[in-house]
Design a protein around this ligand. Structure first.
Ligand code: FAD
Length: 466
């Protein structure tokens, strides 16, 4: 048999694994996956907390029950993952004032209705903008055009819920043209399902990996083509091939390399390219957005929040935008667990990552006391994931910022010689999501397969001419 090309894949998150599987399915089996951490799954990660398994990274299958089938929904159902539809319609009954008590439902509904009108206007405007993105504006600019700039605590928390809770960056930063309407919901459906399975959302990546990597009886992956704890620090590339160097002093040679690390990691100095990436490529990489989304879990000795179908999500309207704003209880998924989840993003995430968890807990407790009264019990446990400070992630997911047009986006994800790029940030329509990571891996691998075939043909042609 003729030896096929050898391909190194840097990173074993959803995208790296999906690219590797696509190559393997096409007969390119000489692959080597180098993963920095001691596990696969990347930003799909479960953690043990207060006797539960909670998702510190991706949690929802977003975009369900629409015209097209979300491939992640299909995979989750194949594994019978335990998941619950997230119904946010109740939010107007559960919006708390920062000096105690809830807002009148009618008052919140009015603010939501107004925000929805402005959003519909933004959608129409977005669709009318010329393709290519040179007239793109921010979401905030579209709000200004309607003379609607959220300013009260209530308006700000509704605005936060509509945009920051999805993109992890404020409307001031986010591109209107690339996020409103959002292809995930427009194509795959408006619904989102919350995964609450003890195997974790990450089991999707393990299942995918087990379809082409060798596993042991206990289903752990034992294939020598997957190396864990391998921190890639340097990629040397030339027309003849690539050499990848890891922090432990090892070197690996191959014909091609696929880099699947996050855009946050690419923006950092962790991986050095030799020769350096061209300037246009570096500019495009640094221009794209890596946001920070932090899910803080708190455990209590007993429940003090309202229970029932319509109470799962609640908002805290602070005068400080984005201050412990979106809350969720787990009574439905884990009755009696007495666990709350609060989400912060962006500047608040960065601030919180730099302070002791005890301080974060104290802040969250103060907010809860504002909502539910002084008598509530102190949290017994707190979990604060730190995606931003983690050198293997440098944030949570990409967000399309104002100022990046289609051309620059294509530059950001374009291959350089034998170096190819995948990852959620390279998904044309679904950047930021698990399905984006999955689909980007497949697309990239297929593109690479075509290039490899083309090269083979050329080499063959040259040989014949000689
Ligand atoms: P990653 O998962 O980051 O995989 C890249 C891999 O590369 C990692 O395993 C990393 O360890 C490794 N790596 C990094 N540097 C090196 C190096 N130098 N050498 C070797 N290996 C390296 N998406 C949804 O669809 N729904 C959600 O609800 C959702 N919520 C989210 C909440 C949070 C808090 C976070 C963090 C993400 C969330 N996402 C969500 C986004 C989703 O998790 C990601 O889009 C997706 O998992 C990214 O997959 P990836 O393969 O592109 O990248």
């Amino acid at each position: 048999a003729v030896a096929g090309p050898k391909v190194i894949i840097v990173g074993a998150g959803m995208s790296g694994i999906s690219a590797a599987k696509t190559l393997s399915d096409a007969g390119i089996k000489d692959i080597l996956i180098l993963e920095a951490t001691d596990r696969i799954g990347g930003r799909m990660r479960k953690a043990s907390f207060a006797g539960l398994k909670v998702e510190v990274g991706a949690n929802w299958v977003e975009g369900v029950n629409g015209l097209e089938m979300n491939p992640i929904w299909e995979m989750a159902n194949k594994l019978h993952l335990r998941q619950f539809i997230s119904d946010f319609r109740n939010i107007s009954s559960n919006t708390y004032k920062d000096n105690g008590g809830v807002y009148l439902r009618s008052e919140v509904d009015k603010v939501i209705e107004e925000a929805d009108k402005v959003k519909s206007y933004g959608e129409k405007l977005s669709k009318s903008l010329p393709l290519g993105g040179h007239e793109d504006i921010s979401i905030l600019a579209s709000q200004r055009l309607k003379d609607h700039v959220p300013s009260t605590a209530l308006e700000m928390v509704v605005d936060y819920f509509n945009y920051d809770y999805e993109f992890a960056e404020p409307p001031r930063v986010t591109s209107l043209q690339n996020t409103v309407p959002l292809p995930t919901f427009a194509n795959f459906g408006k619904e989102a399902y919350f995964v609450a399975d003890q195997r974790g959302f990450e089991s999707l990546v393990y299942d995918l990996a087990a379809q082409f990597l060798r596993t042991a009886k206990n289903s752990s992956i034992v294939d020598p083509r997957l190396l864990l704890g391998k921190i890639v620090r340097e990629i040397r590339h030339a027309t003849s091939g690539v050499t990848v160097a890891t922090e432990d002093g090892s070197f690996y040679n191959a014909d091609y390399v696929i880099v699947s690390v996050s855009i946050g990691v690419l923006q950092s100095k962790l991986i050095k390219f030799k020769p350096d990436l061209p300037r246009w490529k570096k500019l495009a990489i640094c221009q794209f957005g890596m946001s920070v989304y932090t899910k803080i879990f708190l455990k209590f000795p007993h429940r003090f929040w309202p229970d029932g179908e319509w109470t799962q999500h609640f908002l805290y309207a602070s005068e400080r935008r984005g201050y412990y704003p979106v809350w969720q209880h787990f009574e439905k998924q884990n009755p009696g667990a007495n666990v709350l989840l609060v989400t912060v993003t962006d500047e608040e995430s960065r601030r919180i990552e730099q302070q002791p968890d005890s301080q974060t807990k104290a802040e969250a407790m103060e907010v809860l006391r504002n909502m539910f009264g002084k008598h509530i019990p102190e949290a017994t446990d707190v979990l604060v994931p730190k995606w931003w400070s983690d050198r293997f992630f440098k944030g949570s997911f990409s967000n399309w910022p104002l100022g990046v047009n289609q051309y620059e986006y294509d530059q950001m994800r374009a291959p350089i010689g034998r170096v190819y790029f995948t990852g959620e940030h390279t998904s044309k329509h679904y950047n930021g999501y698990v399905h984006g990571a999955y689909l980007a891996g497949i697309d990239l691998a297929n593109m690479m397969i075509k290039c490899i075939k083309y090269k083979t043909y050329l080499t063959h042609g040259i040989q014949l001419a000689n």
